[in-house]
Design a protein around this ligand. Structure first.
Ligand SMILES: Cc1cc2nc3c(=O)[nH]c(=O)nc-3n(C[C@H](O)[C@H](O)[C@H](O)COP(=O)(O)OP(=O)(O)OC[C@H]3O[C@@H](n4cnc5c(N)ncnc54)[C@H](O)[C@@H]3O)c2cc1C
Length: 687
């Protein structure tokens, strides 16, 4: 890595690129660099986390975005950003001034559970704790197998306590369970399981009697429960079987002592690993397990019959989700991700003097003759700015909140055709100029922060040059996703739903996840007398293999049509689980939809927001078994002036999520600044 100094080009303004810019532009950055410039295709920042405003000021997301209470680095960054923006002074009219107005705790989670031919919702409330995510001075460390085992045992205690409290279909998890109120079957289950687990978590135990005893104990517990007839009993036992198998696996595979920790089992799928360690086959269909697979779109080619998530990564994620949250298990945004995360970051970065070049599409990174550095960056300039405009200002306001619009702001650019295609790999290219940035003139250092789906397109020279780039781009996989948002006139209670703010997964494909999002409606701009009272976000993976030999426009058109058709079918057939009062024997009551510009009934359907995420840049980065070893670290590009940033790198988080993108961006900046990899990285990471 060359010494800091000179000009930094960050290519790609998603969470990873912006996080790199954030760390690089910390106070006195001008003593280290001459300039920091973010190059971004199209008119929006945020990448897969981008959202913008459409008709009626509607929030239009790529897909549902929820933050885990354990996203230490992402929350720390957001908190620093709001503190620095100081909107109370600089923009008092903006309705959101602070990070905790932007993000609110979301304690209610749910899983859809098939019981015979019916679907049930299994709802749970996770108790809060006194911490807050991203508190100043937080530190970071590896998540250890020992720590996981300890917390997993506590989970069983909490769970059986919650069942003992006789909440038939509910689940309450607390860090400090209430004292027992009654001793019954569940208490026996609890005592037997915990005793057996403690004995098996002794590393010497597996070959001996405790393992046999454990199996007998589990069988006996199952026999004593009404496993086939009561969903609560079945869930309790499956949770015990799951946790038991995980603990046995951790011990049997020596994860406690293996220096690779959880990574040691990342070549195996989680479900297969569970079965290998004695988990009951029904565990694979346990909603909790399916729900975590759903969380990371963890199916090969979006095929529900081919679940594929690296076992170690999955345990690490379960540990993060359940055991390491601060404040609340989930946090939800009070407006769009583009509004309350990306726009403030853009504003604060501009305030620090970071430059943004919108409408710049990276086409190719060129190496020098000795293949040691990035020598030139070939770009397409997509539009020309209007006369008198030096810098494109990407934000507009809705109800006083600075937000990204869903199309470029026409008064700042010269009129031209093809604006729709600016953010697409598929549309016709109508560039106004081919621009080549030269090393030593326009840039000295490069932060490659485009998404993984783009890497084979823009970094062909690196892939041809280095086997590790070749392996990274072929082994780390991506999947397309699909999402839609529905606005409905009645409130949730009138529709028959009584758990506001819940997020439910593990339901029917292709939209297995649903989130209740009424907390965002205040930020939209509907007419006072004709606005929705409910907004619901749905999301899932999509079978759309890439690359393809199919004509690009055909590919795009075909998937767009099929996602719209699937969304319509889904609403008509499956929404009754959540909104029973919105369906009749004829299907969904279309008149309940809030359409754009007052449209009602079936025509309102065409105006709901549907996102077809098939662009290579929008493809979700998966954590399939056998891929972890092939991720490159942000400081492992192999080229002197290039660092990597994105949820596809080996950041220690290694899952497609905001926290991974932030960690990766910060680590890329650390590398460029000559600091250690984990310098001021917080929370937990894989060893
Ligand atoms: C449907 C969906 C739902 C999700 N839900 C969640 C969630 O609930 N919680 C969570 O934590 N994570 C979620 N994620 C994952 C999260 O969005 C990503 O992990 C994160 O946004 C990745 O950030 P990134 O910066 O690594 O990549 P990206 O967001 O892909 O950013 C890459 C940037 O590079 C730009 N770019 C690409 N190609 C070029 C080019 N040729 N020239 C110039 N610029 C280019 C892109 O426009 C973009 O701005 C979800 C993802 C999807 C798809």
């Amino acid at each position: 890595m060359t010494r800091p100094g000179g000009k930094v080009a960050i290519i790609g303004g998603g969470m990873a690129g912006l996080s790199a810019a954030w760390r690089l532009s910390e106070p006195s950055w001008r003593e280290r660099f001459d300039s920091i410039t973010v190059y971004q295709r199209g008119w929006r920042l945020g990448g897969k986390g981008a959202s913008s405003r459409g008709d009626n000021g509607r929030i239009e997301e790529h897909g549902l975005h929820i933050w885990l209470g354990s996203y230490e680095n992402a929350f720390a960054l957001l908190r620093e950003c709001y503190a620095e923006l100081d909107r109370a002074t600089t923009d008092p009219a903006a309705p959101i001034h602070t990070w905790d107005q932007a993000m609110i705790p979301a304690d209610n989670l749910g899983l859809a559970d098939q019981w015979g031919s019916d679907w049930l919702t299994w709802l749970g409330t996770f108790s809060r704790n006194d911490c807050l995510p991203g508190d100043p001075n937080g530190n970071g460390r590896e998540m250890t197998a020992v720590g996981f085992v300890r917390r997993a045992l506590q989970l069983v205690l909490d769970f059986t306590d919650s069942q003992r409290e006789a909440i038939p279909l509910g689940l309450t998890l607390t860090a400090s369970p209430h004292p027992a109120s009654a001793i019954g079957l569940m208490e026996t289950v609890r005592r037997a399981t915990v005793a057996a687990l403690f004995s098996v978590s002794n590393p010497g135990a597996l070959d001996g009697t405790p393992a046999v005893l454990l199996e007998q104990a589990l069988d006996a517990i199952r026999g004593a429960l009404e496993y086939e007839h009561r969903p609560d009993h079945k869930r309790a036992w499956l949770l015990i079987s799951l946790v038991t198998a995980v603990i046995r696996g951790i011990v049997a595979d020596n994860l406690v002592t293996d220096p690779r920790g959880f990574r040691a089992i990342n070549d195996e799928d989680f479900g297969q690993w569970i079965l290998r360690h004695g988990g009951h086959p029904d565990v694979l269909d346990f909603p909790l397990v399916r729900g975590v697979y759903d969380l990371v779109f963890g199916y090969e080619e979006a095929d529900p019959d081919r679940p594929a998530v690296a076992a170690g990564l999955m345990i690490f994620l379960i540990g993060l989700v359940l055991f390491e949250y601060k404040g609340a298990i989930f946090w939800k945004m009070t407006a769009g991700m583009g509004d309350i995360v990306i726009a403030p970051l853009y504003q604060a970065l501009r305030g620090r003097g970071v430059e943004f070049e919108f409408f710049h599409r990276l086409d190719t990174l060129h190496l020098d003759a000795r293949h040691q550095t990035v020598d030139a960056i070939a770009m397409g300039r997509q539009v020309r700015l209007a006369k008198g405009v030096d810098h494109y200002q990407p934000l507009t306001t809705v109800r006083g909140l600075p937000v990204f619009p869903n199309a470029p702001l026409a008064d700042q650019i010269e009129a031209k055709s093809g604006l729709d295609a600016l953010e697409s790999h598929f549309g016709e290219r109508t560039d106004v100029e081919a621009r080549v940035l030269r090393r030593g003139v326009d840039f000295d250092h490069v932060v490659l922060a485009v998404s993984l789906g783009m890497v084979p397109i823009v970094a062909q020279e690196m892939i041809a040059d280095r086997p590790e780039w070749q392996e990274m781009t072929s082994r780390v996989r991506t999947v397309a996703t699909q999402a839609f948002q529905l606005w409905l006139r009645p409130d949730e209670a009138a529709l028959g739903w009584h758990e506001p703010g819940v997020t439910i997964s593990a339901y029917l494909r292709p939209f297995e996840t649903w989130a209740s999002m009424p907390q965002t409606l205040w930020a939209e701009d509907w007419p006072d007398d004709d606005g929705p009272s409910t907004v619901a976000y749905f999301c899932g993976s999509l079978y759309a293999p890439w690359p393809t030999t199919e004509d690009a426009l055909n590919y795009s058109r075909r998937h767009t049509q099929s996602v719209h058709a699937e969304a319509t079918k889904y609403i008509d057939r499956h929404l009754g689980l959540y909104f029973p009062n919105a369906v009749t024997e004829q299907g969904f009551a279309w008149h309940l939809l809030s359409g754009v510009n007052g449209q009602r009934g079936a025509s309102a359907l065409a105006t709901q927001h549907v996102s077809v995420n098939i662009d290579p840049s929008d493809r979700y980065v998966q954590s399939v078994p056998g891929s972890d070893n092939y991720r490159l670290r942000p400081d492992e590009s192999g080229y002197d002036n290039l660092v990597l940033a994105g949820d596809w790198t080996d950041s220690g988080m290694n899952a497609g999520c905001i926290e991974a993108a932030v960690m990766s961006g910060l680590e890329a900046a650390n590398a460029l600044l000559g600091r250690g990899r984990h310098h001021r990285i917080r929370g937990f990471w894989l060893p």
